[in-house]
Every structure is written in C-alpha cells, then in structure tokens.
Design a protein around this ligand. Structure first.
Ligand code: HEC
Ligand code: HEC
Length: 184
C-alpha cells in the first residue's frame, strides 16, 4: 500500500538524519546502561540533549544564520514572506544580540512583541508601534537628555541594533524611527 510506505518513510527520515548528524561515530556512551535493543532511542536522546539547553541556542543564531540581507529585496517580499523572515532570521539574531548586551533585561521573554508591541498581530506588524519609547529628534536637547537617562542603551541602539536591522532587511540608512515613534 502506497500510504504505508509513505508513513514509514516519514517515520524513519528524522531518525536517519539524526544518525547521520552524529557522524557515524559510536559515541552513544552518554546514554548509559540502557542495554542492547535501545540503540536508536539513545541516539534520539543524545540529539535532544544537544539541542535543548537554552544557552546553547542563544549563542548560535548569529553564527549559524549570519547577519546578511534577505535573498529577495524586502520591498518585493509578500507579507507572509516577511513574517517567515522575521521568524527564521530576525528574531533569533536580535534575541541573541539583545541578550548579549543586557541579559538582565533581555535574557528572557524576548519575542516579536519586544519590537512590535503587544498588539503586533492586530495591526499586521506595522512599524513603529505607538507603544514603543518615543525617540526625540537627533541633535536636539531632548536627544542629549535621552542619552543622559539611557546611556549605554542608546549606544547599543545606535551602533548595534540600527545598523544590524538595516543589514538584515537590506535597507540603507536605517534609523531609530523605523522602530520607535518620534517624540513631539
Ligand atoms: C528586532 C526587532 C524585531 C523583532 C524581534 C521582530 N520584528 Fe518584525 N519587523 C521589525 C521591523 C523594524 C519591521 C519593519 C521593516 C521595515 O519595513 O522597515 C518589521 C516588519 C515585520 C513584518 C512586515 C510588516 C509589513 O508591513 O509588511 C511582519 C509580518 C513582522 N515584522 C512580523 C514579525 C514577527 C511574527 C516577529 C516574531 C517572530 C517579528 N516580526 C519580530 C522588527 C522586528
Ligand atoms: C530594530 C528596531 C529598533 C531600532 C532601529 C532602534 N530601537 Fe531602540 N529599542 C528597540 C527595542 C526592541 C527596545 C526594547 C523595548 C523593550 O524592551 O520593551 C528598544 C529600547 C530603546 C530604549 C530604551 C527605552 C526604555 O523605555 O527603556 C531607548 C532609549 C531606545 N531604544 C532608543 C533608540 C534610539 C535612539 C535608536 C536609534 C539610534 C533606536 N532606539 C533604534 C528597537 C529598536
């Protein structure tokens, strides 16, 4: 029956991949004394152990995905393509970057809403969200006082977050005002 062949293939494929990823080496040792017939299960649990710890995945995104632009110009991407790009690249990279800058503030709970605000889905992720901090005009007195209040955060925003976002979207001259509303 064709359907059962399909089912079997799909059941086995991830296992084959997991085995291949282990490089054929026989290092199932971590599994312990599970006995003779549990070989495959041990591979599975080793695989899971490697992927699960949060710290590991946090430190891998920038290296694994790379800070580069999309394959297709952002302007030509559909709403859905943009959403997938956010899920697969922008969020993991930015999450790692923010956490590395200030783990106390951004080490956990960083998600789409950190940039898009609570009502992101309702407004179709339109940027900037009105709930976000309002950034004053560069060069103004208010800008200087923002630097006084937020110090390091402003440097991080200007030197890391803004250029990285520009690169990830392939847009030149990216500014604060793509993510923050303007202060009056
Ligand atoms: C680091 C900040 C950041 C994070 C995190 C983030 N986004 Fe975005 N997102 C943006 C910015 C900035 C834009 C607007 C890009 C532009 O057009 O200049 C955007 C645009 C979008 C768009 C396209 C909106 C449109 O008008 O077409 C969608 C959809 C989207 N984001 C969904 C998501 C989802 C879903 C997540 C979580 C998986 C997410 N974003 C996480 C910053 C972020
Ligand atoms: C890619 C989007 C993005 C860009 C571009 C960006 N920011 Fe931010 N900014 C954020 C996010 C996300 C936060 C954290 C919000 C949170 O934790 O709730 C933030 C936080 C801040 C804060 C702290 C506000 C507070 O209430 O603690 C300041 C100040 C700030 N940004 C200023 C700037 C300035 C100035 C620029 C331009 C030089 C800029 N940002 C560019 C996304 C952005």
């Amino acid at each position: 029956m064709p359907s059962s062949i399909l089912t079997r293939t799909f059941l086995w494929l991830p296992l084959v991949l997991a085995l291949a990823a282990c490089g054929g080496g026989d290092d199932t040792a971590g599994g312990g004394g599970d006995g003779s017939s549990g070989g495959e299960d041990d591979e599975w649990s080793d695989w899971d152990d490697d992927e699960e710890p949060e710290v590991e995945s946090h430190h891998g995104a920038i290296e694994a995905l790379g800070i580069s632009g999309p394959d297709q110009p952002w302007a030509d991407m559909s709403h859905e393509d943009r959403e997938w790009y956010m899920v697969g690249k922008v969020l993991p990279i930015m999450k790692e970057m923010f956490a590395e800058h200030d783990a106390d503030r951004w080490g956990s709970g960083y998600g789409c809403d950190t940039c898009h605000g609570e009502n992101g889905p309702e407004v179709e992720y339109e940027m900037p969200p009105m709930s976000s901090y309002k950034v004053p005009q560069p060069g103004s007195q208010a800008w200087t006082s923002m630097e006084g209040i937020f110090g390091e955060t402003v440097t991080f925003m200007a030197e890391t977050v803004t250029p990285t976002m520009g690169t990830l979207l392939g847009i030149d001259d990216y500014t604060c005002f793509h993510c923050h509303p303007r202060a009056e």
